[in-house]
Design a protein around this ligand. Structure first.
Ligand code: FES
Length: 175
């Protein structure tokens, strides 16, 4: 698959070559799957489908095995991180105060599952365990902003705020 490297941007091509090398080191060893996926994500920031295919081939596992691992661990992502990362705390204090409903509403509004990013590149959604603000449970952060006592009804307004921010940043200065 090395021929595909030619179409990639320079730094990406290097990353792909390194990932191929790493997978090659573990050729035929399915037990190295998580390690190699970790490495790929470290290098690219996410694990795109073509990299999943390369890793599956090298390690001798099925693509569905790779996909299973990627979706099981919320750490892994299949798309690049969005402009805004939404972290929904599912630690115990948040969980018992309605965090699952809040997360479900984010997933519904964004049309993605936790661990994924929206196709427009605006939002990434992830699950975290305790943000150290349990007194404000349930807690959500969006990049560096913290929202406490979030209910599912507040989710659309939170998203709109960042959509508007993004839209206003797109307007050229002085117009
Ligand atoms: S459990 Fe959510 S902030 Fe601690």
């Amino acid at each position: 698959m090395a021929e595909n490297h030619e179409e990639l941007k320079c730094e990406c091509r290097e990353a792909y070559e390194d990932i191929d090398r790493k997978a090659e080191e573990h050729s035929g060893d399915p037990s190295a799957l998580i390690e190699v996926l970790h490495y790929a994500q470290e290098r690219l920031g996410y694990v795109p489908r073509d990299v999943q295919v390369r890793i599956a081939e090298k390690l001798g596992v099925s693509l569905s095995d790779v996909y299973g691992v990627l979706t099981f661990y919320s750490f892994f992502r299949e798309r690049p991180r969005g402009k805004y990362t939404i972290s929904s705390c599912q630690g115990t204090a948040c969980y018992v105060r309605g965090a699952p409903e809040v997360l479900a509403r984010f997933e519904k509004e964004l049309g993605i599952k936790a661990g994924d990013s929206t196709p427009d590149g605006l939002f990434s959604l992830e699950v975290v365990r305790c943000l150290g603000a349990c007194g404000l449970a349930p807690v959500v952060t969006v990049n560096k902003d913290t929202y406490g006592r979030v209910t599912e009804d507040k989710v659309p307004a939170i998203l709109n705020l960042y959509r508007q921010n993004a839209a206003s940043e797109d307007i050229p200065a002085g117009s």
